[in-house]
Design a binder for this molecule. Structure first.
Ligand code: NAP
Ligand code: SF4
Length: 675
């Protein structure tokens, strides 16, 4: 009996069969821009070997004007085709299938050559697009056709035509961005002409035995988005034009509703795909926040789709499907949907990787092969840095002992998981518990490791983490002052009016924790939809609820403060910072920058502004929470050094500034790969 019968059912496409119902969705990793095609081949090859039925590449521009940014990868020359062939050959050698995504960015192009149905600048690119004339539109169609022919020549099993997320084809569909009065604008029949024509002509060019996936926007989540009737009309026309599969797109990039962040409930949009089931006869794929085999199988069992798309989970674990098939789902490294090492990197023009798996996109240089000599390794600290070191060292065959003075592993991960919207951290800690057991790490908890405990080891690793920084504010020893650990871990009592000192990642987390009323909306889809204003696209255009966002009232009145005179939350994740700011704004959190902390008294927090300490003011609050950053905890490392024992110092114990789990896990994994 297969563990996940729906997920592992083959899918017959007529001319070819997919071995299971799992698609690795398109992700732009910036690997193509690095230009090392053997590295790209290894990245996809490892995932093909891991059993996924079909993969989709990152978006390839069909022409220069459609590139997401100047120099974005595309398929233009014989050399390009030969390079892509290195990848497709590698994937086929592993028994996999791969389709190339054709992505025309339209008005989202970060590119002064950007083109669009109408000359309307997008809020997320500084470049106003030029309006295409009739010849220009013909050229775009021809370029899509050439791209699909080149993809076939390069050995791809198919193409995915990107028609969602607010890119070029999506822009034609709605009056928000299409103000044309010719045959490509006006009525919906005219507005949908371009995507349908592109699918029809691509099919004509590539012949019948080639997969064409069309990524259709099912819920635009923008003002004046498509109606459900329009979505269904388009889906039927795309099927008739020759598409093999419909994949789901959710929300435009400019939408102000989160669609894939960790605070979005799992499978939050599967219900939208389900509405389309039965309207067309080709297979439909659902996507967004599906990150475990259980969730994937259950959305299929519920009839939400014929197939599931997961993208980031394949960065976290290339062997996702193989482990699920082998009954080892609890050994799958979970994608926690943080975006920190994938999308945040992509949008900073850095190579993507994964917070929980630093090997992602580094498959040719970071490997965990068997160690030449088996060593006894001691690791002090079972937070992210220590856990990653322990796991990789043990996987390589070392004998590992892991010490932590807490009575459970996880370190700061256990603090993060308390925050509403960060429940995925529970799964990450569970994963490490399981993997330490599988690789027989000797875990010693509940006692502070001493120098004598560490003498007989070949390698000693200090991953002792951080301690809260002392902000040295007058009155901070008062009974009305606590720090973030007291609040998040020890559940210290906190009054109704709160001032939070420090607006870094932890200050924001504490504000979300203290304003949350009852259960986190991440665990309650209906509540989450109401909170962000997601409606049924059959009732309201684009799926924006007519009544707008309806957040729950805040549990407390919170003021978040920092000394820097800049926007609060500027240093948060590039693709997620806006969500944290919006979430706190919905809870009426007052955000104040540019302050001096004068004194804490029983009345509250006294502040002033500017170098001249002007505008003295009392914030009348019941509790002040200190979230003023962190310092390295390296007392034991110093004691070891005094005894002549050299330890590797990693994670927060090494550098506390801007420490996050991404850097900790990366550093620990790379260290353990080196000895
Ligand atoms: P942080 O990001 O460095 O923020 C520390 C805050 O404390 C800043 O707002 C800083 O602002 C303030 N501060 C610094 N020195 C102070 C002093 N002497 N007195 C008063 N205030 C002071 O550190 P964190 O919030 O502790 O977060 C630690 C790490 O965890 C961060 O690197 C963060 O990336 C990571 N994290 C990330 C997330 C996420 O959502 N991605 C969530 C939680 C944690 P001023 O100097 O302007 O006052
Ligand atoms: Fe998932 Fe975070 Fe890894 Fe991206 S970096 S794949 S969101 S765990």
């Amino acid at each position: 009996m297969t563990n996940y019968p729906n997920m592992f059912a083959p899918l017959d496409l007529g001319f070819t069969t997919l071995k299971n119902r799992v698609l690795m969705g398109s992700m732009h990793t910036n690997l193509e821009e690095v230009g090392d095609w053997y590295r790209i081949a290894e990245y996809f090859g490892e995932r093909a070997a891991g059993g996924v039925a079909l993969m989709v590449t990152g978006g390839m521009a069909p022409n220069v004007e459609g590139g997401v940014f100047p120099g974005a990868s595309g398929l233009f020359s014989d050399t390009d085709i030969a390079n892509h062939k290195i990848v497709t050959d590698r994937v086929h050698a592993e028994g996999g299938k791969i389709a190339m995504q054709i992505l025309h960015a339209g008005r989202y192009a970060y590119n002064h050559k950007a083109v669009a149905p109408s000359a309307i600048k997008s809020p997320i690119s500084p470049f106003p697009p030029a309006e295409l004339d009739a010849d220009g539109i013909e050229k775009q169609i021809a370029d899509f056709v050439v791209a699909s022919e080149c993809a076939k020549q390069a050995g791809y099993d198919g193409v995915e035509i990107m028609g969602s997320e607010g890119y070029f084809l999506n822009e034609f569909l709605v009056t928000h961005t299409n103000k044309r009065t010719d045959e490509w604008g006006g009525s919906f029949a005219n507005r949908m002409r371009l995507p349908v024509e592109i699918v029809r002509r691509c099919r004509e060019a590539v012949g019948p035995d080639f997969i064409i996936i069309y990524r259709i926007s099912l819920i635009d989540l923008i003002p004046n988005g498509q109606t459900w009737e329009e979505v269904v009309t388009l889906a039927k026309a795309i099927e008739a034009a020759g598409a093999t599969i419909l994949n789901t797109g959710i929300g435009w990039h400019e939408a102000r509703i989160p669609t894939i962040a960790t605070s979005v409930p799992r499978a939050a949009f599967a219900w939208v795909t389900k509405k389309l089931m039965g309207e067309v006869s080709i297979p439909i794929i659902t996507s967004n926040r599906i990150n475990t085999p259980e969730v994937a199988d259950s959305v299929l069992a519920d009839g939400c789709a014929d197939m599931v798309s997961m993208a980031r989970p394949f960065l976290a674990d290339s062997q996702f499907v193989a482990k699920a098939a082998a009954g080892k789902a609890d050994q799958i490294a979970p994608c926690i949907a943080c975006n920190q090492a994938c999308l945040d990197h992509t949008f900073s023009l850095k190579t993507s990787t994964c917070l929980v798996n630093p090997r992602a996109c580094y498959e040719t240089e970071l490997n965990y092969g068997p160690a030449e000599t088996t060593k006894n390794v001691a690791i002090v600290g079972a937070g992210p840095a220590g856990l990653a070191t322990a796991l990789v060292a043990a996987q390589r065959g070392h004998r590992v002992t892991l010490f932590d003075m807490a009575d459970k592993i996880g370190g700061q991960l256990n603090i993060a998981k308390q925050v509403p919207g960060k429940e995925e951290f529970f799964g990450l800690v569970e994963y490490y518990i399981k993997m330490l057991e599988v690789y027989e790490v000797d875990v010693r908890l509940g006692r502070r490791a001493a120098v004598d405990d560490l003498i007989d080891f070949d390698e000693v690793v200090m991953a002792t983490g951080v301690t809260p920084r002392d902000p040295e504010i007058k009155g901070q020893d008062g009974p009305n002052v606590v720090n973030y650990i007291d609040v998040l871990r020890d559940k210290a009592p906190v009054g109704n009016r709160v001032a939070i000192i420090g607006a870094g990642g932890i200050g924001f987390d504490v504000a979300e924790f203290l304003t949350q009323q009852g259960e986190s909306s991440t665990l309650n889809l209906d509540e989450w939809k109401a909170e962000w204003g997601v409606g049924d696209p059959a009732i309201t255009r684009g799926g924006l609820a007519a009544s707008g966002p309806k957040p729950e009232a805040a549990a407390r009145q919170v003021t978040l403060l920092q000394r820097k005179a800049q926007k609060l939350g500027k240093g948060l994740g590039k693709t997620t910072g806006w969500i944290h700011r919006a979430a706190l704004a919905m809870k009426d959190v007052d955000m104040i920058g540019g302050v001096n902390y004068e004194e804490i008294t029983s009345e509250g927090l006294h502040i002033s502004t500017g170098e001249g300490r002007e505008n003295p003011r009392l914030l009348e609050v019941d509790t002040v929470v200190l979230c003023a950053g962190q310092l390295p905890e390296r007392g034991l490392a110093d004691a070891l050094e005094a005894k002549g024992i050299t330890a590797h110092v990693i994670g927060g114990a090494d550098v506390a500034a801007e420490l996050d789990a991404k850097r900790a896990i990366n550093q620990g994994s790379r260290l353990a790969a080196s000895f």
